[in-house]
Design a binder for this molecule. Sequence first.
Ligand code: FNR
Length: 190
Amino acid sequence: SNYKVGYFVGSLAKGSLNRKLAKALVRLAPAELKMDEIAFRELPIYSYDYDADYPKVARDLKTSIAAVDAILFVTPEYNRSIPGGLKNAIDWASRPWGQNSFTRKPSGIIGTSPGAIGTAVGQQHLKSILSFCNSPMMNAIEAYIQFTPDLISDDGLVGSKSTEEFLRNYMTEFSTFVGRVLSVYPRATA
Ligand code: FNR
């Protein structure tokens, strides 16, 4: 069957390495995965003062998450955590209280950085956040991608055969994982 996957690119930078990685993942995903980006750039900084009256941009975020079967986070590590913009988006989506968009929504985490440990520490933070948000996460396989020059082009073409195979397999495993979670927690369709 087909699964809808919404993906977040954790970086807002024009030349984002993680956006290149996301493009590669979209290319390499098995045909049953329908991949769509979930944008968060325009969100104001969250506070619970908004809870009584969410702005349209935040309602759109929650609607986008509700419309997908699973979420994929493609994110850099900033200061050994996730970028503030991504955390802000997660905070918006997790609220108002009782309307957490991540509840029972399967997720995967992947990221790239020029550093040798390839976002490993930031991913641990994200796992902690998503675990509190009650999102079933794919624990294995893990993907810590060290970005070397020309590893992935702006269009998402992967310059290394072994990395390409690794990323293809990651998406295949993710699809299997999503199917397994949905067999337990089917997505409520409107
Ligand atoms: C970084 N970078 C970085 N890299 C890393 O491996 N661990 C880290 O903790 C950090 N911290 C960090 C903080 C801030 C504020 C910036 C701007 C950068 C380097 C980072 O991996 C590099 O800039 C990548 O290009 C970020 O990915 P995107 O934004 O290009 O997708």
